[in-house]
Design a protein around this ligand. Sequence first.
Ligand SMILES: C[S@@+](CC[C@H](N)C(=O)[O-])C[C@H]1O[C@@H](n2cnc3c(N)ncnc32)[C@H](O)[C@@H]1O
Length: 426
Amino acid sequence: MATSTSGMGQVLARAGHTSDPWGRYYTTPIVSQSLVDRIEVAKPKLVLELGSGSGSLCTAAATRWHKAQLVTVDVDSRAPKALDADMVGTGRRHSHYVHDVLDAALSDKIGLAPGTVDVAVCNPPYIRPKWRSDFGKILEDAGLSGTLASLHDAGADLLFLAQNLRLLRKNGKLGLILPDGLITAERFSGVRKTLLRQHLIEQVVQLPRGVFKGTEAQTYLAVLSKSAGETNQVTLRQMDSDGQLSVPIEILQEAAVKRLDFTFHARVVSPQRSGEGPMRMSVRQALTDVVRGTVCSSSISAFPAPVFHLGDFSEPLGEHAVRVVPKRFALSERKAQQMLEEARLALPGDILLARVGRSLEDRLALVVHGPCVISDCIFALRAMDEHRERLYRFFDSDLGRHALASSAHGVAARFMSKTNLFEIQF
Ligand SMILES: C[S@@+](CC[C@H](N)C(=O)[O-])C[C@H]1O[C@@H](n2cnc3c(N)ncnc32)[C@H](O)[C@@H]1O
């Protein structure tokens, strides 16, 4: 069943070959967990998964919503019929059906009235099944039949989405994993427009590229609230291969109809990429040196000079002001000479960044008043004169903060390596 592979495969593990007739590849726990975590709902009574396969998504759902009744459906009779024994728990009601999800009469077959499900999670197969009249009925009921130039363009992903919409109650939540087509392709812009007008698409998370072994397939997590009003604004994020999420960007409905991928919209807000302004370069190319402090936090209080540490960064001051290291950290020339024996120093002109910490992307300062001692949680970037201001302004912008946030690794404690820092383009 689910096989874990390295790299891209850490996110989704695929079963079978690209030509698998039922599109069977299974979501890994890290993505399942992230999808379930993104669904804001108090105490759902009824949770559904169509195309449940190995049960990764419904296991994550069952772990979070202990008391919910769970219904799973898969056409593959070899797919597990129950959740792991430890997930079933006493008193859990779980019904599994071996049935074709693309049956227009599904709701009768699985004993669920249309419009009754509180939460649905789904990673549909990305295949194009041979057209049947049932499909027209499913799309029609979900309000999606007028959205495609040809109904025959509807793949199983869209049909599963429609089937979920039929079964969900008003304001019910749908957490989906979707392929690139529905998110970015022009021929699906009508589908996106209808979905955005009829439902509240809360967020879309771009998953790391290449979730299919051996291809560069791109997939996304999406969460919507059925008929909960029109979507005026959508939150987009990107997940890195460690499961870390980027800072969000918000896009308006019109932009979302065009496409819903984070990388496209993040690029659009970058002036350098649109051909204006100076050529982009890597941080490495702009620096003559980078210094990592050596004083650890437990030695700061006893250190014979003030040490600039994480708590000493000031809040952002707005786009025209520069955040400067306070005067009290500046060493006289003589003191600086003495301190050289004991610690690494930041020099006037250096740009300071946090190397570790939850919101490291918000920490930025410029050394102005004199050399200063920095802790081992700080990087001092020694930029060439001609690049210093642009580099500082970049780290102070949303784009720079996003670049820092997505370069940082680690789930419990986030940290940024020199290598990752060097690779950032600005
Ligand atoms: C991409 S896999 C996802 C499996 C599981 N939900 C997960 O995330 O790991 C798609 C699942 O849909 C099932 N499937 C494909 N076509 C189906 C259909 N017409 N009716 C019901 N299940 C189907 C496959 O057997 C497979 O288990």
